[in-house]
Write a protein that binds this ligand. Sequence first.
Ligand code: HGY
Ligand code: MN
Ligand code: MN
Length: 401
Amino acid sequence: MTVPSFEEMWAELLPVGRSAASGGYRRFAWNSADAECRAWFEQQARGRGLAYELDRNGNQWAWLGDPTAGGAVVTGSHLDSVPDGGAFDGPLGVVSSFAALDELRSRGAEFTRPLAIVNFGDEEGARFGVACIGSRLTAGVLSPEQAYGLRDADGVRLPDAMEKAGYDPTAIGADEDRLARIGAFVELHVEQGRCLAEGQPVGVAGAIWPHGRWRFDFHGEANHAGTTRIEDRRDPMLTYANTVLAARKKAKQAGARATFGKVAVEPNGTNAIASLVRGWLDSRAADERTLTELVEAIERAAAERGERDGVRVELTRESYTPVVDFDGPLRDRLAKLLDAPVLPTGAGHDAGILASAIPTAMLFVRNPTGVSHSPAEHAEQADCLAGVAALADVLEDLACQ
Ligand code: HGY
Ligand code: MN
Ligand code: MN
């Protein structure tokens, strides 16, 4: 059986969902680019003689061996992107998984456990606001009711988007039987930072910072931009702007992160004072206490400024992921096997969601600039191939003993 090489798979995926204007990717849950990525995954699975399966939450699986045998070793990542994301965040893990399997087969490895490659749906949460929807549903940390309540920026409900793409939204929900069949999950990912920049091409994840998304609604009063006296205004844009500055200052003081990267304004007219500004805060810290205190401090700053501006501030927590300490024995086993450093990260992953249910580990591949969630995201080909070799070693160690 001839299978495409890493480079060939990479080249095939590269144009899918890429904006000619920005060079970034727009692979969002259930859109046409997502469908193309999914078709690609299925083709890769079937082309290797793997058993292809779509689970109740729209995650794709490719199985070597009997999925019901138990103790399966699973690898994979995601194929969706943030708005104008890079080529590597997600796809590197999926492409490397197929390439690592090919490498093991060419080594003549004898599998003693089932092996699966997975593409988790909607990891970035770019469309419906909650990250890792596929793995959260599977792990039961997002309920079907919560998922049904999600809407995209155009007001399209998640189940309607799923149905339109040809999937059954009534089936979604926790999948304990599936998780019970998995002995270990290992996700390879491009590094989203520069811990590896000067050293080895591959590292092992130690922990993921706790993180979450909060929506601030700043309610003011629409009025005429030319005729409304400054002292008569209730301008939510002012409160929003001040909150952004406060978030930045307080995050810096706490050694943490606070980012307003998304904003929506109503009615969004140049010559009208806004009636409503919605700003989404993404905040992360090394520990949960620091994160809680930081978000509370930002909320206080918003409320205080709101009082002065005559603006009512409402806060809604849209998602939260507690700190993840990856499985100690598995992490140490991988670090020893690969002689690789152990790194923390501020980025969320499906592996972090599954870590509450099954032994989970991650490999990071060097990113020379550390840039991610941007079209400029990059990893050198030699490092990607080193990642494939490392993943093959890990899978051999776990699935061929
Ligand atoms: O947002 C994140 O941390 C991840 O890249 N999904
Ligand atoms: Mn990402
Ligand atoms: Mn990712």
